[in-house]
Ligand binder design. Structure first.
Ligand code: CP3
Length: 354
Protein backbone atom coordinates (compact mmCIF):
# COMPACT_ATOMS: atom_id res chain seq x y z
CA UNK A 1 0.00 0.00 0.00
CA UNK A 2 1.36 3.38 -0.91
CA UNK A 3 0.83 6.23 1.51
CA UNK A 4 -1.87 8.82 0.88
CA UNK A 5 -0.79 12.35 1.66
CA UNK A 6 -2.48 15.57 2.79
CA UNK A 7 -3.72 17.63 -0.20
CA UNK A 8 -1.26 20.20 -1.60
CA UNK A 9 -2.16 23.81 -0.79
CA UNK A 10 0.61 25.60 -2.70
CA UNK A 11 1.19 24.19 -6.19
CA UNK A 12 3.05 27.14 -7.77
CA UNK A 13 6.27 25.18 -8.14
CA UNK A 14 4.61 22.22 -9.85
CA UNK A 15 2.56 24.48 -12.12
CA UNK A 16 5.54 26.60 -13.18
CA UNK A 17 7.59 23.45 -13.80
CA UNK A 18 5.19 22.31 -16.51
CA UNK A 19 4.43 25.77 -17.92
CA UNK A 20 1.02 26.41 -16.35
CA UNK A 21 0.22 29.98 -15.27
CA UNK A 22 0.92 31.01 -11.67
CA UNK A 23 -0.25 33.94 -9.51
CA UNK A 24 3.28 34.53 -8.23
CA UNK A 25 6.68 33.25 -9.28
CA UNK A 26 7.56 30.23 -7.12
CA UNK A 27 10.79 30.57 -5.17
CA UNK A 28 13.05 28.28 -3.13
CA UNK A 29 16.74 28.25 -2.31
CA UNK A 30 19.35 25.60 -2.96
CA UNK A 31 20.73 24.45 0.43
CA UNK A 32 17.85 26.22 2.14
CA UNK A 33 18.24 23.85 5.08
CA UNK A 34 21.79 24.59 6.09
CA UNK A 35 24.35 26.30 8.25
CA UNK A 36 23.16 29.88 7.70
CA UNK A 37 20.19 29.00 9.94
CA UNK A 38 20.94 29.24 13.69
CA UNK A 39 18.45 26.43 14.33
CA UNK A 40 20.45 24.19 11.95
CA UNK A 41 23.75 25.02 13.68
CA UNK A 42 22.15 24.26 17.05
CA UNK A 43 20.97 20.88 15.72
CA UNK A 44 24.46 20.14 14.38
CA UNK A 45 25.96 20.43 17.87
CA UNK A 46 23.96 17.30 18.75
CA UNK A 47 23.99 15.26 15.56
CA UNK A 48 26.51 14.33 12.91
CA UNK A 49 25.75 15.08 9.23
CA UNK A 50 25.15 11.54 7.93
CA UNK A 51 23.39 10.60 11.17
CA UNK A 52 20.82 13.27 10.27
CA UNK A 53 20.59 11.99 6.69
CA UNK A 54 20.09 8.40 7.89
CA UNK A 55 17.48 9.13 10.58
CA UNK A 56 14.14 10.01 8.97
CA UNK A 57 12.85 11.99 11.97
CA UNK A 58 16.00 14.14 12.03
CA UNK A 59 16.14 14.64 8.25
CA UNK A 60 12.45 15.61 8.32
CA UNK A 61 12.99 18.10 11.15
CA UNK A 62 15.86 19.81 9.30
CA UNK A 63 13.89 19.87 6.04
CA UNK A 64 11.08 21.70 7.84
CA UNK A 65 13.30 24.34 9.51
CA UNK A 66 13.34 26.81 6.58
CA UNK A 67 9.67 26.11 5.85
CA UNK A 68 8.70 27.14 9.38
CA UNK A 69 10.88 30.24 9.26
CA UNK A 70 9.91 31.54 5.81
CA UNK A 71 6.21 31.55 4.85
CA UNK A 72 7.26 32.75 1.36
CA UNK A 73 9.13 29.55 0.44
CA UNK A 74 7.24 27.65 -2.27
CA UNK A 75 9.09 24.34 -1.97
CA UNK A 76 10.91 22.09 0.44
CA UNK A 77 13.83 19.85 -0.51
CA UNK A 78 14.53 16.68 1.41
CA UNK A 79 17.57 16.94 3.63
CA UNK A 80 20.13 14.47 2.33
CA UNK A 81 23.27 14.52 0.18
CA UNK A 82 24.27 13.43 -3.30
CA UNK A 83 27.00 11.26 -1.73
CA UNK A 84 24.53 8.71 -0.35
CA UNK A 85 24.89 6.99 -3.75
CA UNK A 86 28.63 6.24 -3.38
CA UNK A 87 27.78 5.04 0.14
CA UNK A 88 25.11 2.71 -1.26
CA UNK A 89 27.77 1.38 -3.67
CA UNK A 90 29.86 0.45 -0.65
CA UNK A 91 32.22 3.43 -0.41
CA UNK A 92 32.99 5.22 2.83
CA UNK A 93 32.00 8.90 2.82
CA UNK A 94 32.75 11.18 5.77
CA UNK A 95 31.55 14.74 6.16
CA UNK A 96 34.35 16.62 7.89
CA UNK A 97 33.33 19.93 9.44
CA UNK A 98 35.17 22.79 7.77
CA UNK A 99 36.53 20.46 5.06
CA UNK A 100 33.52 18.95 3.31
CA UNK A 101 33.08 15.41 2.05
CA UNK A 102 36.00 12.99 2.20
CA UNK A 103 36.08 9.52 0.62
CA UNK A 104 39.14 7.97 2.28
CA UNK A 105 39.39 5.05 -0.19
CA UNK A 106 38.68 6.55 -3.61
CA UNK A 107 38.60 4.60 -6.87
CA UNK A 108 42.19 4.62 -8.11
CA UNK A 109 42.21 2.24 -11.06
CA UNK A 110 39.49 0.66 -13.21
CA UNK A 111 39.86 -2.71 -11.44
CA UNK A 112 38.54 -0.93 -8.30
CA UNK A 113 35.11 -0.92 -9.96
CA UNK A 114 34.86 -4.60 -9.08
CA UNK A 115 34.94 -3.67 -5.40
CA UNK A 116 31.72 -1.67 -5.70
CA UNK A 117 28.52 -3.28 -4.45
CA UNK A 118 26.58 -3.29 -7.68
CA UNK A 119 23.72 -3.60 -8.53
CA UNK A 120 22.25 -1.54 -5.73
CA UNK A 121 18.83 -2.36 -4.31
CA UNK A 122 17.90 1.23 -3.49
CA UNK A 123 14.73 0.19 -1.69
CA UNK A 124 16.86 -1.42 1.03
CA UNK A 125 20.20 0.44 1.02
CA UNK A 126 18.62 3.89 0.71
CA UNK A 127 15.37 3.04 2.47
CA UNK A 128 16.11 5.72 5.05
CA UNK A 129 15.82 8.43 2.36
CA UNK A 130 12.47 7.10 1.16
CA UNK A 131 11.24 6.92 4.77
CA UNK A 132 12.39 10.51 5.35
CA UNK A 133 10.50 11.61 2.24
CA UNK A 134 7.26 9.87 3.25
CA UNK A 135 7.45 11.24 6.78
CA UNK A 136 8.21 14.76 5.54
CA UNK A 137 5.28 14.69 3.10
CA UNK A 138 3.03 13.92 6.06
CA UNK A 139 4.54 16.56 8.31
CA UNK A 140 4.41 19.25 5.60
CA UNK A 141 0.61 18.92 5.72
CA UNK A 142 0.45 19.98 2.08
CA UNK A 143 1.97 23.43 2.70
CA UNK A 144 4.47 23.20 -0.14
CA UNK A 145 5.66 20.41 -2.46
CA UNK A 146 8.65 18.24 -1.53
CA UNK A 147 11.60 18.00 -3.92
CA UNK A 148 13.68 14.82 -4.12
CA UNK A 149 17.13 14.82 -5.69
CA UNK A 150 20.21 12.96 -6.76
CA UNK A 151 23.67 13.75 -8.05
CA UNK A 152 24.27 13.09 -11.74
CA UNK A 153 26.74 10.36 -12.76
CA UNK A 154 29.69 12.55 -13.81
CA UNK A 155 29.50 14.59 -10.59
CA UNK A 156 29.35 11.39 -8.52
CA UNK A 157 32.27 9.86 -10.48
CA UNK A 158 34.21 13.02 -9.62
CA UNK A 159 33.81 12.51 -5.87
CA UNK A 160 34.40 8.75 -6.11
CA UNK A 161 37.69 9.16 -8.00
CA UNK A 162 38.98 12.37 -6.38
CA UNK A 163 38.10 11.22 -2.87
CA UNK A 164 36.41 14.55 -2.18
CA UNK A 165 36.08 17.98 -3.74
CA UNK A 166 38.79 19.23 -6.09
CA UNK A 167 39.87 22.48 -7.68
CA UNK A 168 40.55 20.87 -11.08
CA UNK A 169 38.90 17.40 -11.12
CA UNK A 170 42.12 16.33 -12.84
CA UNK A 171 42.08 12.78 -11.41
CA UNK A 172 38.50 12.27 -12.52
CA UNK A 173 39.19 13.79 -15.96
CA UNK A 174 42.29 11.62 -16.25
CA UNK A 175 39.94 8.63 -16.02
CA UNK A 176 37.86 10.00 -18.89
CA UNK A 177 40.91 10.46 -21.15
CA UNK A 178 42.91 7.44 -20.04
CA UNK A 179 40.13 4.88 -19.45
CA UNK A 180 37.15 6.04 -21.50
CA UNK A 181 35.36 2.69 -21.68
CA UNK A 182 35.86 1.87 -17.98
CA UNK A 183 34.70 5.40 -17.13
CA UNK A 184 31.57 4.71 -19.17
CA UNK A 185 31.09 1.44 -17.32
CA UNK A 186 31.10 3.33 -14.02
CA UNK A 187 28.89 6.10 -15.42
CA UNK A 188 26.44 3.46 -16.57
CA UNK A 189 26.36 1.81 -13.12
CA UNK A 190 25.63 5.24 -11.69
CA UNK A 191 22.95 6.00 -14.30
CA UNK A 192 21.07 2.81 -13.43
CA UNK A 193 21.37 3.42 -9.68
CA UNK A 194 20.39 7.09 -9.88
CA UNK A 195 17.37 6.25 -12.08
CA UNK A 196 16.12 3.61 -9.62
CA UNK A 197 16.77 5.98 -6.73
CA UNK A 198 14.76 8.84 -8.25
CA UNK A 199 11.86 6.53 -9.13
CA UNK A 200 11.83 5.24 -5.55
CA UNK A 201 11.87 8.81 -4.20
CA UNK A 202 8.84 9.72 -6.32
CA UNK A 203 7.01 6.59 -5.16
CA UNK A 204 7.83 7.54 -1.56
CA UNK A 205 6.27 10.99 -2.06
CA UNK A 206 8.75 13.32 -3.79
CA UNK A 207 6.75 15.69 -6.03
CA UNK A 208 9.58 17.02 -8.23
CA UNK A 209 12.99 15.48 -8.84
CA UNK A 210 16.16 17.53 -9.30
CA UNK A 211 19.39 16.13 -10.74
CA UNK A 212 22.55 17.96 -9.65
CA UNK A 213 25.40 17.93 -12.18
CA UNK A 214 27.43 20.29 -10.01
CA UNK A 215 30.76 19.33 -11.58
CA UNK A 216 29.72 20.12 -15.16
CA UNK A 217 31.88 23.23 -15.02
CA UNK A 218 35.06 21.13 -15.23
CA UNK A 219 34.06 19.59 -18.56
CA UNK A 220 34.03 21.40 -21.89
CA UNK A 221 31.47 20.81 -24.63
CA UNK A 222 33.24 17.71 -26.00
CA UNK A 223 33.68 15.83 -22.70
CA UNK A 224 30.22 16.88 -21.55
CA UNK A 225 28.60 15.50 -24.70
CA UNK A 226 30.50 12.25 -24.48
CA UNK A 227 30.42 11.50 -20.74
CA UNK A 228 27.76 13.57 -18.96
CA UNK A 229 24.89 14.32 -21.34
CA UNK A 230 24.08 10.71 -22.33
CA UNK A 231 23.64 9.78 -18.64
CA UNK A 232 21.53 12.88 -17.97
CA UNK A 233 19.28 11.95 -20.90
CA UNK A 234 19.05 8.29 -19.93
CA UNK A 235 18.07 9.18 -16.37
CA UNK A 236 15.18 11.34 -17.61
CA UNK A 237 14.06 8.57 -19.95
CA UNK A 238 14.32 5.82 -17.31
CA UNK A 239 12.49 7.85 -14.68
CA UNK A 240 9.69 8.82 -17.10
CA UNK A 241 9.33 5.17 -18.06
CA UNK A 242 9.39 4.05 -14.42
CA UNK A 243 6.68 6.54 -13.44
CA UNK A 244 4.59 6.47 -16.61
CA UNK A 245 1.40 5.03 -15.14
CA UNK A 246 1.46 7.24 -12.08
CA UNK A 247 -0.47 10.37 -11.33
CA UNK A 248 0.19 13.15 -10.53
CA UNK A 249 3.03 13.82 -12.97
CA UNK A 250 6.40 14.33 -11.30
CA UNK A 251 8.37 17.08 -13.10
CA UNK A 252 12.16 16.82 -13.38
CA UNK A 253 14.88 19.48 -13.17
CA UNK A 254 18.44 19.32 -14.45
CA UNK A 255 20.91 21.69 -12.81
CA UNK A 256 24.27 21.41 -14.57
CA UNK A 257 26.44 24.02 -12.91
CA UNK A 258 28.78 25.74 -15.32
CA UNK A 259 27.36 23.99 -18.41
CA UNK A 260 26.51 27.23 -20.22
CA UNK A 261 28.24 25.68 -23.26
CA UNK A 262 25.49 23.02 -23.43
CA UNK A 263 22.29 25.00 -22.79
CA UNK A 264 20.68 23.93 -26.09
CA UNK A 265 21.35 20.26 -25.34
CA UNK A 266 20.09 20.61 -21.78
CA UNK A 267 16.90 22.26 -23.06
CA UNK A 268 16.14 19.15 -25.10
CA UNK A 269 17.45 16.50 -22.71
CA UNK A 270 14.03 15.36 -21.46
CA UNK A 271 13.66 17.57 -18.37
CA UNK A 272 10.83 19.99 -17.59
CA UNK A 273 13.12 22.49 -15.87
CA UNK A 274 16.69 23.63 -16.57
CA UNK A 275 18.51 25.18 -13.60
CA UNK A 276 20.99 27.97 -14.32
CA UNK A 277 23.98 29.27 -12.43
CA UNK A 278 24.55 33.02 -12.17
CA UNK A 279 27.07 33.24 -15.02
CA UNK A 280 24.30 33.02 -17.63
CA UNK A 281 22.18 35.99 -18.71
CA UNK A 282 18.46 35.16 -18.29
CA UNK A 283 17.42 36.56 -21.69
CA UNK A 284 20.15 34.71 -23.55
CA UNK A 285 19.46 31.50 -21.62
CA UNK A 286 15.81 31.65 -22.69
CA UNK A 287 16.76 32.15 -26.34
CA UNK A 288 19.10 29.20 -26.19
CA UNK A 289 16.90 26.63 -24.42
CA UNK A 290 13.80 27.59 -26.41
CA UNK A 291 10.25 28.20 -25.15
CA UNK A 292 9.30 24.69 -24.02
CA UNK A 293 11.20 24.29 -20.77
CA UNK A 294 10.99 26.13 -17.47
CA UNK A 295 14.10 27.96 -16.26
CA UNK A 296 15.23 28.01 -12.64
CA UNK A 297 17.76 30.27 -10.96
CA UNK A 298 19.96 32.20 -11.06
CA UNK A 299 20.83 35.03 -8.66
CA UNK A 300 24.49 35.12 -7.66
CA UNK A 301 24.51 33.60 -4.13
CA UNK A 302 26.78 36.49 -3.12
CA UNK A 303 24.09 39.01 -4.11
CA UNK A 304 22.44 38.08 -0.81
CA UNK A 305 25.25 39.97 0.94
CA UNK A 306 23.96 43.22 -0.61
CA UNK A 307 21.97 45.67 1.51
CA UNK A 308 18.22 44.89 1.52
CA UNK A 309 17.19 47.62 -0.95
CA UNK A 310 19.64 46.59 -3.65
CA UNK A 311 19.06 42.88 -2.99
CA UNK A 312 15.35 43.46 -3.44
CA UNK A 313 15.94 45.39 -6.66
CA UNK A 314 18.15 42.60 -8.04
CA UNK A 315 15.51 39.99 -7.23
CA UNK A 316 12.77 41.95 -8.99
CA UNK A 317 14.99 42.69 -11.96
CA UNK A 318 15.72 38.97 -12.29
CA UNK A 319 12.01 38.13 -12.47
CA UNK A 320 11.49 40.81 -15.13
CA UNK A 321 14.29 39.35 -17.23
CA UNK A 322 13.06 35.76 -16.97
CA UNK A 323 9.36 36.80 -17.12
CA UNK A 324 6.72 35.31 -14.84
CA UNK A 325 5.91 32.37 -17.03
CA UNK A 326 7.89 29.12 -17.11
CA UNK A 327 10.13 30.42 -14.37
CA UNK A 328 11.15 29.30 -10.85
CA UNK A 329 13.24 31.75 -8.84
CA UNK A 330 16.29 30.48 -6.97
CA UNK A 331 19.96 31.27 -6.49
CA UNK A 332 22.52 30.20 -9.08
CA UNK A 333 24.02 27.77 -6.53
CA UNK A 334 23.67 26.91 -2.84
CA UNK A 335 23.41 29.58 -0.18
CA UNK A 336 26.58 30.32 1.81
CA UNK A 337 26.85 29.43 5.51
CA UNK A 338 27.56 33.00 6.64
CA UNK A 339 24.43 34.48 5.02
CA UNK A 340 22.16 36.68 7.14
CA UNK A 341 18.81 34.82 7.44
CA UNK A 342 17.01 38.17 7.23
CA UNK A 343 18.43 38.76 3.77
CA UNK A 344 16.87 35.48 2.68
CA UNK A 345 13.50 36.86 3.68
CA UNK A 346 14.16 40.05 1.70
CA UNK A 347 14.98 37.96 -1.37
CA UNK A 348 11.85 35.78 -1.08
CA UNK A 349 9.57 38.78 -0.56
CA UNK A 350 11.11 40.62 -3.53
CA UNK A 351 10.30 37.68 -5.81
CA UNK A 352 6.70 37.47 -4.59
CA UNK A 353 6.22 41.23 -4.91
CA UNK A 354 6.55 41.18 -8.72
O1 CP3 B 1 19.34 22.03 -0.50
C1 CP3 B 1 19.02 21.55 0.61
O2 CP3 B 1 18.64 22.23 1.58
C2 CP3 B 1 18.98 20.03 0.74
C3 CP3 B 1 20.15 19.45 1.20
C4 CP3 B 1 21.37 19.25 0.33
C5 CP3 B 1 22.64 19.08 0.92
N1 CP3 B 1 23.51 18.70 -0.05
C6 CP3 B 1 22.92 19.23 2.36
C7 CP3 B 1 24.29 19.56 2.77
C8 CP3 B 1 21.53 19.07 -1.05
C9 CP3 B 1 20.50 19.23 -2.16
C10 CP3 B 1 22.88 18.70 -1.27
C11 CP3 B 1 23.42 18.35 -2.59
C12 CP3 B 1 24.86 18.28 -2.77
N2 CP3 B 1 25.80 17.72 -1.91
C13 CP3 B 1 25.54 18.71 -3.92
C14 CP3 B 1 24.88 19.27 -5.14
C15 CP3 B 1 24.53 20.70 -4.97
C16 CP3 B 1 25.71 21.60 -5.02
O3 CP3 B 1 25.97 22.25 -3.99
O4 CP3 B 1 26.33 21.68 -6.08
C17 CP3 B 1 26.91 18.46 -3.73
C18 CP3 B 1 28.02 18.78 -4.70
C19 CP3 B 1 27.05 17.83 -2.46
C20 CP3 B 1 28.29 17.34 -1.83
C21 CP3 B 1 28.59 18.11 -0.62
N3 CP3 B 1 27.89 18.01 0.58
C22 CP3 B 1 29.58 19.09 -0.45
C23 CP3 B 1 30.56 19.54 -1.52
C24 CP3 B 1 29.49 19.54 0.85
C25 CP3 B 1 30.43 20.48 1.55
C26 CP3 B 1 30.20 21.86 1.12
C27 CP3 B 1 29.75 22.66 2.29
O5 CP3 B 1 28.85 23.47 2.09
O6 CP3 B 1 30.32 22.46 3.38
C28 CP3 B 1 28.41 18.89 1.47
C29 CP3 B 1 27.94 19.11 2.85
C30 CP3 B 1 26.51 19.51 3.01
N4 CP3 B 1 25.45 19.00 2.32
C31 CP3 B 1 26.04 20.43 3.97
C32 CP3 B 1 24.65 20.47 3.83
C33 CP3 B 1 23.68 21.26 4.65
C34 CP3 B 1 26.89 21.13 5.02
C35 CP3 B 1 27.16 20.14 6.08
C36 CP3 B 1 27.61 20.72 7.36
O7 CP3 B 1 26.75 21.14 8.14
O8 CP3 B 1 28.82 20.73 7.60
Amino acid sequence: MEPSFPPLKNDRLLKAAVGEPVDKVPVWIMRQAGRYLPEFREFKTKHEFFEICQTPELACEITLQPIRRYPDLDASIIFSDILVIPQALGMIVEMRPGVGPVLPSPLVRPSDLDKLKYPVDVSTSLKYVMDAITLTRMKLEGRVPLIGFSGAPWTLLGYMVEGGGSKTMSKAKKWLYEHPSESKRLLNMLTVTVSDYLIAQAKAGAQLLQVFESNAEYLGPALFKEFALPCIRDIAKNVREGLKDRKPYVPMTIFAKGAHYALEELGSSGYDVVGLDWTVDPVIARQRVGPNVTLQGNLDPCALYAPPESLSAMGKDMVQKFSKSRYIANLGHGIYPDMDPEHVEVFLKAIHSV
